[in-house]
Design a protein around this ligand. Sequence first.
Ligand code: LIP
Length: 273
Amino acid sequence: MAHNIEEYFEFAKEMANEAGKRVKTDFYKNKNILVKENFADLVTETDKAVEDLIFGRIKEKYPTHKCIGEETVSASGHCELTDEPTWIVDPVDGTTNFVHGVPHTCISIGLTINKQPVLGIVHAPILGETFSAMKGHGAFCNETKLSVSTINELNRSVVILEGGTSRVPEILDTKIANIKSVIGHCHGIRCYGSAAINMCYVARGSHEAYVEHGIHVWDIAAAAVIVQEAGGVVCDPSGGELDLLNRRVLAACNKTLAGQLSAITTNIDMGRD
Ligand code: LIP
């Protein structure tokens, strides 16, 4: 079946804008906070409301398309990625930021066809930035075309690393060892609390790479296209091919830099979505 990706792309942008209005309004209000896996894994009423809003629009317009969303998967415990057109949505990526009033929070909307990401929108309403890409058409922030950094030495780079939500001591030990190792080899490390925004910063060229163990498919599906369309690479932190459901990601401005990071970090098995 022929797919009109441009139509899907315009539709995704409309949904992201509508969702962004709700996220922006709620950002300045008191939040009703719940926890998921542990005390540090947060969810709010806004996450649920925004996911319902987006999935409602998709079901109405494309009833045969599949949906994977952070809140729906948490509730059902079921995440299946098939060859069917599948909308992969994080209604609020950077929920901890959202809860604490840190502006790095966004709506992430990706679409896969045959399990391959074909478009992505990362809309950060408080920052006033919308990152977007359609396969084969470049990546943009608002109207500005994005290109990754041309640096290919880790010792001239800024790298984004995250603590994540796991509080398992062995996982934290490996993450801390990775942080120490990366700091020892680069200009500096940063941490913005949203996988989607982190990846968009690699796409923009302000940061050379981002590595995280413990993310989910909805955190990275949209931004993966944005990084690739800006000329970057998205792979497994081991250096192998990216497996969207494998709960880990390395985004870098080029393969050389990705290889340098893989070589000095230890991979962590975080299970599968
Ligand atoms: C967040 C990720 C972030 C990670 C956080 C959390 P959420 O997703 O985007 O990279 O470090 O622990 O998983 O839960 O805000 O959608």
